[in-house]
Design a protein. Structure first.
Length: 694
């Protein structure tokens, strides 16, 4: 049994503050799966989808012809996702994991607060979120009704998506029927993301959809557009009721398609509501899949798998500006993560992709890679540098895994394409040296990489489960390749990944006819891995949780979770880094909302928040090891229209309201007021055009 006590977590925090003489460590931490072998109370198994029976019949009816390849079901073992959140508000992070038909989804309640040990108990059925009859896919969460707890949206393959309202007592109520979420008909959904698209203080949601029926592969290899389903935008009307704004908002209008495909939909795996241009409203980004359709650069090909970016005009009207942003690059885009990787004050993103180790289908060179935002709103695709190439991926997260003060990338993914399996990625950790965005690989960070390669991972999310100040990684696989099956090395490509890149083919040529015949291989049900960071490399950290104050302060405007805000952090004498608060991205998954920032050897740092709506707050003197809940103060230090007196009075009124609501105590109130006034002085001292910010 893996045991971590609260005392041990405090010791790690103390060490981080008492070791300033050491140089900031790059790496030096490892991620260990404490759920391996059904430990820590994790016994999850992803059951196959009903369509597995179709594939079994095809495998047992040789030969495996082109016609049968097209008839092969997509993701017959399912497409699970994972969310990390504190569903019961007890102060530790819990896990929600989706499953297949006839098997309950899992809600793993973290027992750290109750027992002092990192152990989990599955309470999904008792909590009312098991969705046992559903073939569940992605999941996202947010405080839809602004009552102080997280509600759940659980997506599905060919059945209605479901909205569960958190009752605040450890249980949920299925409010799907009244919500309007399922009123537009059944689609095949993959991912979702909450965000306030019209800045009214209520969380809206976008849902990524794929193609009409995963019982066949025609949407992957044959039909570029005809079978695809549009993504959806649902606007929160209050009272857990949503209006379908998909057609009116512009989200159904996609850039980059040829004229004959005007009005068509893409095949979307990941979607995120995020303030890409840092103007105070959430935009929408989607990751679409080229899949087996040849690109326009080949004979008779067409581009359909692109990154799309809908800019928000502030009212919820969306326009796809991907071409202007420079990101209309064809690819098999799978997952999304956002941060400022090169510390220049612009938001960047990482998109997982097919990778270049492709035994099953000859397609584009498609490395998973990062795009750097520029001051003019254009993203630069700088390639992958000395890595040469990168691996396939689904889920991805941008985190400072070693707490050295810059943002790294962790991503997972395995792929079943019918005839074969791409199994190279057992959990890649890309280390960012000193805010350079010239990533290297930390192979030492994942001792279980080889075991993870046998897990066909889909969803991945991150959060500090054991409260030691270092980020942990949770990943869910739809199936596992037994140790008895030998994996085949890929042809080397001159990359650091060459020694570990592996695949497996389920069909072999018949020695006499050359026709493909199933080789009898069978796979185990998928598992959940909970990889806990060792920490202990001497680097400090802070944890920031945002609290929107709509309904708490008279002038509060932001949703309670602060979703859609963008947080900047600077260690003392360090560089500014940046993370948005996301209501879902990665692939089919959502990271924990509390944000961890590394301090390196600094003892304190400064937080700067851009709230939805454009208000900016700043907080000075966050100390190493602090876990702070920072409330929205609806008075912007950057608002030149406020006099010093008006600003001070606005801040004090808000703090009066928040103290009366029990949100802040006297000590935090004094710190918030002092920081607010200091931020204004710094802004006004900077003078016109000299914004005193990151």
């Amino acid at each position: 049994m893996h045991t971590i006590t609260r005392g041990a977590a405090c010791t790690v925090s103390l060490l981080g503050a008492l070791l300033p003489a050491l140089a900031a460590a790059d790496g030096g931490v490892t991620l260990i799966d404490v759920a391996a072998g059904d430990q820590a109370g994790i016994t999850y198994r992803r059951v196959p989808s009903a369509s597995k029976a179709i594939f079994d019949a095809i495998k047992n009816d040789p030969p495996y012809t082109q016609e049968k390849i097209e008839a092969t079901p997509m993701k017959s073992h399912g497409a699970p996702g994972v969310a990390i959140f504190d569903y019961d508000r007890d102060g530790d992070l819990d896990l929600y994991v989706t499953n297949g038909p006839g098997a309950a989804n899992s809600l793993y309640s973290n027992q750290l607060r109750e027992s002092g040990e990192l152990r989990f108990v599955d309470v999904a059925t008792a909590a009312g979120v098991d969705a046992t009859d559903q073939d569940s896919t992605g999941v996202c969460f947010g405080d839809v009704d602004n009552d102080g707890d997280h509600d759940l949206l659980v997506l599905s393959h060919n059945s209605p998506d479901r909205l569960f309202e958190n009752q605040g007592d450890g249980t949920f109520l299925d409010v799907t029927a009244a919500s309007g979420i399922a009123a537009s008909g059944v689609r095949v959904s993959s991912s979702c993301s909450f965000g306030d698209v019209d800045n009214d203080g209520l969380l809206d949601v976008v849902i990524a959809n794929t193609y009409d029926n995963w019982d066949h592969y025609r949407g992957i290899n044959v039909e570029p557009f005809a079978l695809n389903q549009h993504n959806q935008l649902f606007v929160n009307q209050g009272g857990n009721v949503f209006a379908d704004a998909s057609a009116s908002s512009g989200i159904e209008e996609l850039a980059g398609f040829p004229p004959e495909a005007a009005g068509a939909a893409g095949l979307t795996w990941a979607i995120a509501m995020v303030d890409v241009d840092l103007d105070g409203d959430v935009d929408v980004m989607a990751a679409d899949d080229q899949a087996g359709i040849p690109p326009a650069s080949s004979v008779l090909g067409v581009d359909r798998g692109m990154l799309h970016l809908w800019r928000n005009d502030g009212s919820g009207q969306l326009t796809d500006r991907a071409a202007q942003a420079g990101i209309l690059a064809p690819g098999a885009w799978m997952g999304l993560a956002f941060a400022d990787f090169n510390c220049d004050g612009n938001l960047d993103f990482f998109a997982s992709n097919f990778g270049d180790y492709t035994p099953a289908m000859p397609i584009l060179e498609q490395p998973s890679r990062w795009f750097l935002g520029q001051h003019d709103g254009i993203f630069t695709d700088i390639g992958v540098g000395d890595l040469g190439t990168t691996l396939f991926g689904w889920g991805v997260s941008a985190v400072d895994y070693d707490n050295d003060g810059d943002t790294d990338v962790i991503y997972h993914g395995g792929l079943d394409v019918g005839p074969g399996l791409e199994l190279s990625n057992g959990g890649v950790v890309l280390q960012n040296p000193d805010c350079s965005a010239r990533f290297t690989v930390d192979f030492d960070a994942v001792p279980g990489f080889a075991a993870n390669q046998r897990r066909v991972v889909h969803g991945m999310a991150t959060g500090d489960l054991d409260q030691n100040g270092f980020v942990d990684v949770v990943s869910v696989a739809n199936m596992v390749i037994p140790e008895s099956i030998a994996l085949t090395p890929h042809q080397p490509l001159g990359s650091p990944f060459d020694p570990i890149a592996r695949f497996f083919l389920s069909f072999d040529p018949d020695p006499k006819t050359g026709e493909l015949v199933w080789n009898g291989s069978t796979f185990d049900d998928g598992t959940l891995a909970v990889e806990i960071s060792s920490g202990g490399n001497g680097n400090g950290w802070v944890e920031i949780t945002l609290l929107g104050t709509i309904g708490l302060a008279a002038e509060g405007r932001v949703n309670r979770d602060g979703i859609g805000a963008v947080v900047r952090f600077r260690p003392a004498a360090g560089r500014w880094v940046m993370k948005p608060v996301l209501g879902g991205s990665s692939y089919a998954s959502q990271d924990a909302l509390p944000l961890l920032f590394g301090l390196g050897q600094a003892s304190s740092g400064t937080v700067d928040v851009l709230w939805p709506g454009g208000v900016r707050n700043r907080f000075y003197g966050v100390r190493a090891g602090e876990r702070l809940v920072l409330p929205e103060i609806p008075c912007s230090y950057a608002d030149a229209g406020l006099s010093v007196g008006e600003y001070r009075d606005c801040v004090r009124r808000a703090l009066d309201d928040l103290e009366a609501a029990g949100v802040v105590d006297r000590t935090l109130r004094r710190r918030l007021l002092s920081s607010a006034l200091r931020a204004l002085r710094a802004e006004r001292t900077a003078g016109p055009g000299g914004h005193a910010g990151p």
